[in-house]
Design a binder for this molecule. Sequence first.
Ligand SMILES: *[C@@H]1O[C@H](CO)[C@@H](O)[C@H](O)[C@H]1NC(C)=O
Ligand SMILES: *[C@@H]1O[C@H](CO)[C@@H](O)[C@H](O)[C@H]1NC(C)=O
Ligand SMILES: *[C@@H]1O[C@H](CO)[C@@H](O)[C@H](O)[C@H]1NC(C)=O
Length: 329
Amino acid sequence: MDLYSDGSKSKKPPLPAIRRRFCSTTMVTMLLFVLTNTTSILLSSGAGAFLLRRYKPATVRLWAWDDSAALLDDLNATQSSLAVTRSQLADLHSRLAVANSLLHTLLATMSRRRHDVFPEVEHACVRFREEMVAYMNYTAGGECPSDEALVHRLVVNGCDPLPRRRCRTRSTPTTTTEKWRRDDDGAMSYSVDGVLAARPNGTVRVGLDIGGGGAFAARMRDRGVTVVPVHVGPARRLPFFDGTLDVVRWATAPETPIAGVAGEMEIELTLFDVYRVLRPGGLLWLDHFIVVSGERTFVPMIDRVGFKRVRWNSGKKKMVSALLEKPMA
Ligand SMILES: *[C@@H]1O[C@H](CO)[C@@H](O)[C@H](O)[C@H]1NC(C)=O
Ligand SMILES: *[C@@H]1O[C@H](CO)[C@@H](O)[C@H](O)[C@H]1NC(C)=O
Ligand SMILES: *[C@@H]1O[C@H](CO)[C@@H](O)[C@H](O)[C@H]1NC(C)=O
């Protein structure tokens, strides 16, 4: 039954007219909806701007629904413009990636630079991954590998302190086989007795050998002086209390090329640290010491730290032997 047929039969509403109007309104709404959506899609994809640029007002024409060739043309144009936009986007992405990687490189370089000047303890180990893997490759509970050269390389390059290992070192360290000179040649090679003569008898009792092996310590033991060889990197603070030592020997050539690795700043920092651990009147013996920056800057550095020069000999290849004293007062 018709809905509108209820009620009096004398008043018949014009049904077909209303329905026709209703249908056409729906069509128009739908069409507008489709158009609006298409427009917004075109605009957001960037193709809209392209189309506007392509079609100047004079060439704008209305499409007839049967003009499929024109429509195809236009679709083709839209398609190609979309392709262009896509390739521009890809280009932008790749440029962004390049900028990103440049930034990463820059940051890495900056942090590396900073560590060259102020090497942080242990941080330098990051730069020696392969060596660290080799160093930590050992049998736990067994005998340690013979890798003194590897250990030395890591330490003098600032990878210090090294991690400890659960293995036994060989009972006879190779360092005790080192030769040690007996006579003072009056030039670069000082003898143990020549150095000890600079202090009153019996006042030199305990000392340090930076980067040295066991040979110097053995010769000093013959004279009743206890010398501890220390193996520390150029950035390391000496692990001793202030004013506790009578003598410090520091050799950089030929057995320990620390100065070849450390820069001027590391040498100055180490000199200040040696000054700290020496007692007043204590001696610093620079034994065949390579002065990287040359004597013209090294002598003022010695004075700046506060050492008194007791003996000084210049050799070839920027090498110096010297006996320096930390003043009494
Ligand atoms: C679409 O455009 C390209 C060049 O932009 C043309 O080579 C191709 O034939 C065109 N396709 C149609 C169907 O018009
Ligand atoms: C560890 O050392 C052993 C024996 O020296 C060697 O065969 C092995 O390749 C080493 N492994 C690594 C990862 O270096
Ligand atoms: C220092 O002591 C030793 C013995 O310990 C002695 O032979 C030597 O003559 C002494 N030197 C001086 C300058 O007193």
